[in-house]
Write a protein of this length. Structure first.
Length: 305
């Protein structure tokens, strides 16, 4: 059966994903699905670099502003919502830099051919609720270190699935047939802008400066004054957790801004490492300031149906 095509504009933060994806989506009649773990939260606009209201109105956007800032959100929850959305639109376009989200969509949901056991799953979910996802991941590492190394602790659904398979068969999932991206129900066409490293870091620093000028500190202050706990999942995002001490008078603003820039550059480097491992991605060489038109034309030419 022919797989549904899904375009993806991926890559590290500040690499130009929005500038590339919006005109390409308009030209192709595609609808954009947010693939960013922070842009799912309402009231968190500046620090998450959401597209403007005008940009969002130009192309249909999905999975953005879907949660209150005090909500928790897992990789498996994202995958479930994203798959439903991808199946419901003519041409989906994933846009974002959360590699775990892309991985969750690139593997079959059942993650193995062995049957299931609801009691086993419930047991591990109860452990996760009581002790956290990392405790469940530690249990998997004890019995199947190879699968544990492949799976992020936050990918709780598949971590529990690996433990379930082990309990049902007595064999680690890593010794059984492992599904890969080729088993996914989608035909992913993935693109990323390939900037020189120094240019990317310069864009990171400029973005942080723009966020501060746009009122990021006030955004963080409003969230805290509205009752959002500093240890909420959403407040662990870059630019938010660093400004909490500033709001509390425990850190100088200049020091916090420097820390945001440093941590965001490190994060961009980790994102690059993650995406470079994905052989499906077509890297599009680009220098900031150059015309994106030829790259947009290429994406459209390769994806017109």
């Amino acid at each position: 059966m022919k797989k549904k095509r899904v375009i993806g504009i991926v890559g590290p933060t500040a690499s130009g994903k929005t500038a590339l994806s919006l005109p390409a989506a308009r030209a192709l009649g595609a609808e954009i699905l947010c693939m960013d773990s922070m842009q799912v939260y309402r009231q968190m606009d500046i620090g998450t670099a959401k597209p403007t209201r005008e940009e969002q109105s130009a192309v249909p956007h999905h999975l953005m502003d879907i949660l209150p800032p005090d909500a928790s959100f897992s990789v498996s929850q994202y995958a479930e919502l994203a798959r439903k959305t991808m199946d419901s639109v003519r041409l989906p376009m994933l846009v974002g830099g959360t590699g775990l989200y892309l991985q969750s969509l690139s593997l079959p949901m059942d993650y193995g051919a062995v049957g299931g056991d609801e009691a086993i799953r419930r047991k591990y979910h109860e452990i996760a609720d009581a002790q956290g996802a990392l405790a469940v991941h530690d249990l998997l590492r004890n019995v199947d270190p190879l699968s544990a190394a492949r799976l992020h602790p936050n990918d709780l659904r598949r971590v529990i699935r690996a433990l379930e398979v082990y309990e049902l068969t007595g064999l680690p999932l890593s010794r059984q047939k492992m599904p890969g991206p080729e088993d996914a129900p989608y035909d992913f066409r993935l693109y990323a802008l390939d900037l020189p490293r120094d240019a990317l870091y310069a864009r990171v620093d400029m973005r942080v400066e723009r966020m501060m000028a746009a009122g990021l500190l006030d955004e963080v202050r409003a969230l805290l004054n509205g009752g959002l706990a500093p240890d909420a999942q959403s407040m662990q995002g870059l630019g938010y957790k660093e400004l909490v001490p500033v709001v509390r008078g425990q850190m100088a603003l200049e020091d916090a801004v420097s820390l945001i820039k440093l941590r965001t550059r490190h994060f961009a480097k980790r994102q690059l490492t993650w995406f470079r491992r994905d052989a499906r991605i077509q890297w599009l060489p680009w220098q900031p300031g150059d015309d994106l038109g030829p790259l947009i034309d290429r994406i459209c030419r390769e994806n017109r149906t």
